[in-house]
Design a binder for this molecule. Structure first.
Ligand code: CAO
Length: 537
């Protein structure tokens, strides 16, 4: 087997530089152009790429060594099919002040646009386990940007977005929901369009997560470029993190924001293991590795140090509910308004219907009247029957009235929808409640039973409590939380009367609903619940 000795290449003017990172373990394989070591002068850091493909059999330098041009760095045993590059450039990056390293000759820029087909792959997940695809986030024909989520994977511990490492168009989606994928599996085929001049400009190698099919045009490997003098960064981005190109590429593949990763290398430089450890700890704490829009993560706690514990798997429904609740809580500016409705007469009427209900085999509970009243209030206050359009420029006014109903089931919270509630009477609504709540508890709801809701009711009346603030079920804009009715003394102008009062809490999306709209909706709802003759109008 042939051995290649890799030496320190032309440093572009610097006399000596320090070795600050050995990128490949001894015995590890290295691709041509993959970083072998990182060197640092007092002005800039440089990755030294391997000129050949092979196995690193020995490093001839150690972390912290000072080296100069021509010094041997490593021994590489060549792969059988390896070819030696004529000249391997140093990719310099991140100068920290005015660089003294001489500029290399500028590359000739070509204005041509290169279009290649590349596979998006599952990035290294830090283990050999396969995890399930729970959501495909793109469709064929979608234009996507680097960083856009392609699909969502779910392990035992957490869900993880797989971001695209390229900007382009989705040609084909290879993965399906329910597939089990592992590191390197194909997700989708992208048509990637690159301005060739930009490609030549880029100091970092092309991301390796995308495979280039044989027939695709090849993009020239990156050539050395002079370190650019940088102006002060405006905001902390991954570009500001202290890491080499190989680590940056690795972090991009995993969707990791490097500004959140602590570096354990010399002078706090972030190394590949630091990124791995960050992802592992994010997965263990059940958080999204990308840090959830910059929101600080709750640290993982070993509760067993305080007493006996049991770790219980979340059901699929519980996990989806958790994601939806967090998404809605973070996206929707919530306001909650409170009132009590006098349902003394409704309750008397409900009891009056009991005998008839027994004949029909339908039990009428207060929930049927509340749903009927919500439907009437939506008709009278159409602001609550809107959703914000995805473009942020429009809202959608719905002309149908479907009311979702939160159902507490042993496997988690489900929200089936009572369709056309405005067109249904109390018997039909009661029958729907029974059918849907039973199906939900038995796990027999169809997807269509849970789609198309305009507004949601969350009733804890049968359980208890004075009030709670429900979370809007976005993209709906309103939700009514109902608590347990109680007899209360209500002043009628002459004396206190015992009245059955129903506590109501209306949460709404303040982007779509104003306080005045909410006040009118609630006042109308209270009025018709207090006197159901209004429901007939
Ligand atoms: N005040 C006082 N009593 C009430 C009431 C209220 N607001 N609402 C219902 N009740 C009574 C009913 O009249 C019934 O009593 P009787 O048997 O004496 O007539 C009893 O409570 C039980 O009602 P129910 O729960 O069987 O049926 P329902 O129609 O009231 O509710 C449903 C159906 C699906 C809304 C309910 O079963 C349920 O799952 N509620 C939980 C919703 C939930 O989890 N919300 C939170 C979501 S966010 O975490």
């Amino acid at each position: 087997m042939a051995i290649e000795i890799v030496t320190v290449p032309d440093l572009g003017g610097a006399e000596t530089v320090d070795v600050i990172e050995l990128c490949v373990a001894v015995g590890g394989s290295v691709e041509q152009e993959e970083s072998l070591v990182v060197l640092e002068s007092d002005k800039a850091t440089m990755d030294v790429p391997s000129p050949v493909q092979g196995v690193v059999t020995k490093y001839l330098v150690a972390d912290g060594d000072s080296v100069k041009i021509g010094d041997p760095i490593a021994e590489i045993e060549l792969s059988a099919d390896a070819t030696v590059a004529e000249e391997v450039p140093v990719a310099a990056e991140e100068p920290q002040a005015e660089p003294e390293i001489k500029a290399q000759p500028p590359q000739q820029k070509q204005a041509a646009t290169l279009s290649t087909e590349q596979f998006a792959l599952v990035p290294d997940m830090g283990s050999d386990d396969k995890v399930e695809v729970i959501e495909i986030a793109v469709a064929v024909g979608d234009q996507i940007e680097e960083g856009d989520t392609l699909l969502v994977l779910e392990s035992d511990k957490a869900t993880m977005d797989v971001p695209s490492t390229q900007t382009g168009t989705i040609k084909e989606i290879i993965a399906k929901e329910g597939d089990k994928l592992g590191t390197g599996d194909k997700v989708a085929l992208l048509e990637v369009t690159t301005n060739s001049a930009e490609a030549v400009d880029a100091a970092a190698p092309q991301p390796q997560v995308a495979e280039t099919p044989a027939q695709a045009p090849q993009v020239e490997p990156p050539k050395p470029v002079a370190p650019q003098s940088t102006s002060a960064p405006v905001a902390a981005t991954s570009n500001d993190a202290y890491a080499g190109p190989a680590v940056r590429l690795f972090a991009r593949e995993l969707g990791v924001d490097l500004t959140k990763v602590s570096g354990t290398g010399p002078k706090g430089r972030i190394q590949k293991d630091d990124v791995n450890n960050y992802v592992k700890s994010a997965l263990q704490s059940g958080s999204n590795a990308s840090g959830g829009a910059g929101i600080p993560q709750v640290p993982a706690v070993d509760f067993s140090q305080f007493g006996p514990i049991e770790t219980v798997k979340l059901s699929k429904i519980q996990k989806i509910t958790a994601q939806n609740m967090q998404r809605n809580w973070l996206n929707v500016p919530h306001v909650t308004q409170f009132d009590d409705a006098d349902i003394t007469d409704v309750e008397a009427f409900r009891k009056f219907l009991k005998a008839e209900g027994e004949k029909r085999g339908i039990k009428v509970t207060p929930v049927a009247f509340i749903i009927k009243a919500i439907a009437a209030s939506l008709a009278a206050n159409p602001e609550f029957n809107r959703s914000l359009a995805g473009d942020g420029e429009n809202y959608i006014q719905k002309q149908y009235i479907n009311v979702g109903m939160a159902v507490d089931t042993p496997r988690g919270l489900m929200v089936p929808v009572i369709k056309d509630a405005d067109k249904k009477g109390i018997w039909d609504i009661s029958a729907d409640i029974i059918t849907l709540a039973t199906s939900a508890r038995e796990g027999k709801l169809k997807p269509s039973d849970m789609q198309g809701g305009c507004f949601t009711l969350s009733s804890l009346g049968a359980i208890g409590g004075n009030g709670f603030t429900p979370i809007v079920n976005s993209p709906e804009v309103g939700i009514l939380g109902v608590s347990k009715s109680q007899i209360k003394p209500i002043w009628d102008g002459a004396e206190f009367q015992p009245k059955l009062m129903l506590p109501l809490a209306l949460s709404y999306d303040h982007r779509v609903i104003n306080g005045g709209d909410a006040g009118r909706f609630m006042t109308y709802l209270v009025k018709i619940l207090s006197d159901i003759r209004y429901m007939t109008l």
